[in-house]
Design a protein around this ligand. Structure first.
Ligand code: ZN
Length: 455
């Protein structure tokens, strides 16, 4: 039998997870053992010969959490792309194309984060809101300000959220407003390196719940020298890297006009790609781009709702999944208004269905859409959990030995909220689909990150 002194607590639950892409498991009355580090030490199905003894021991020792029937344990959700400083802008100002949106709304707002007091309020609120929505791992763009970005990293630690936080870098004076632009490449790199070291050394971050992320905003807002030197930091420290990639016609065309190659090639040539790079959007990829992403084992953060406003085209998620590209989901706050990765999963399915059916009523049905473009709800949930974990090179998204215990409990049939489950005629697949399409913060009854209850 397992050495039970290693175990901090056990959870008895009906749980969903997706060990295989496109499939799900619904495991009834599983026993999960969580060790003192907050990792999953073992999982036991009821038919296991030691199950009854272990259950009795943890019950007797008063360290068994029983999730009531009608509530479901799911892996915590992963948000691969969220602009924390844009949180006050969420739900408004989606009327302009990308370039104008940035210049008119976003850069003026992000520039306010030179004020640490203003930042502290927003960062407290956005991290707690994401946790309340079931997001246990979040990848944040902050602003160009090092101090308030360190404050965001500290806030994530304080609220207990696994986080990947980047100080934004942008220095191209042709594209960035004078008030919101790095003073020089040297200053930007020095500041970013200091940020990386400061995040590693934050009090309480010994187990690396919070990671620094190298964050060039995107190709148009950076000089080639800055991109190259940021690539040097990625290589030297083996760091996560996040950026926007081929998000819109304008962004794609900018790279072709100025570099003669695609975003993916630029990032690869600058040393920015590795096995934990997060390329947000990545709409306009060619075959060579896809092969390059796979070669580096980099990943994509698919943000379906944001794409409807800014991408000028639909994301070929079906093809990317079929090509084995690592892909998860992002909220893209505030390029889209919802902080929920359940909502992003739902939107990813809807997005793929519109793509499959097409939109032009003046074309015959046979020519209107792209055949076989749909993705399933289970594939979307896989992206929201396992896929996101793979992109981050983090052991999250599954209930398996060695994975971090990042988990949420979904409670249906609350007095408020929309999620209703009818046990007499809802199958396990129906229940999972209903959770993805209808769960809201009021249904997120409990949240653990690294074995610690944070809600
Ligand atoms: Zn973005």
């Amino acid at each position: 039998m397992i050495d039970i002194t290693m175990i901090k607590f056990a959870v008895l639950a009906d749980c969903f997870h997706c060990p295989v892409k496109g499939e799900f498991e619904f495991n009834i009355d599983w026993l999960l053992l969580i060790d003192h580090q907050g990792d999953i030490a073992a999982t036991y199905p009821p038919q296991h010969p030691e199950y009854a003894d272990l259950l009795a021991i943890f019950k007797r020792n008063n360290c068994l959490q029983v999730i009531p029937k009608g509530e479901y344990l799911l892996p915590g959700l992963v948000d691969l792309h969220c602009h924390a400083p844009q949180w006050p802008q969420a739900g408004k100002g989606l009327d302009l194309p990308l370039y104008d949106w940035l210049q008119n709304y976003t850069f003026p707002l992000e520039n306010r984060y030179s004020d640490n007091d203003f930042a502290a309020n927003v960062y407290q609120d956005v991290t707690k809101t994401l946790l309340a929505n079931g997001t246990t791992s979040a990848v944040y763009f902050a602003s160009i300000h090092r101090q308030s970005t360190e404050l965001l990293a500290q806030t994530c630690l304080n609220v207990g959220q696994r986080a990947f936080v980047g100080k934004v870098n942008m220095d191209n004076s042709d594209q960035c407003p004078a008030y919101y632009c790095e003073p020089s490449v040297t200053a930007a790199i020095d500041d970013t390196e200091l940020f990386v070291n400061n995040v590693f050394e934050l009090a309480g971050n010994q187990s690396r719940l919070v990671h620094p992320v190298i964050t060039p905003r995107f190709v148009p807002s950076c000089t080639s020298e800055l991109l190259q030197q940021l690539g040097g930091l990625v290589q030297r420290y083996d760091l996560h890297m996040q950026t926007h990639c081929s998000e819109s016609d304008w962004a794609r065309d900018y790279s072709i006009q100025h570099y003669g190659v695609s975003d993916v090639t630029i990032y690869a040539d600058m040393g920015l790609l590795n096995n934990k790079s997060i390329l947000a959007h990545s709409i306009f990829l060619n075959q060579a781009d896809i092969e390059k992403i796979n070669q580096f084992k980099a990943g994509i953060g698919h943000c379906p709702l944001s794409n409807m406003y800014f991408a000028n085209a639909a994301m070929p998620a079906r093809e990317l999944l079929d090509h084995g590209v690592q892909i998860g989901l992002g909220s893209d706050i505030a390029g889209a208004p919802s902080p929920s990765i359940f909502r992003a999963s739902f939107d990813a399915v809807s997005h793929s269905r519109v793509r499959e059916e097409g939109v032009d009523i003046y074309l015959p049905a046979s020519k209107r859409g792209t055949a076989n473009a749909r993705i399933s709800f289970v594939e979307a949930f896989w992206m929201a959990t396992v896929g996101g974990g793979q992109v981050l090179d983090a052991k999250v998204g599954l209930f398996e030995q060695g994975y971090h215990f990042d988990a949420i409990v979904i409670k249906a049939n609350s007095a408020i909220g929309n999620l209703r489950i009818w046990p007499q005629f809802d199958s396990a697949k129906d229940i999972l689909e209903k959770i993805i399409t209808l769960a809201q913060p009021e249904n997120v009854a409990k949240v653990w990150v690294q074995g610690k209850a944070v809600i």
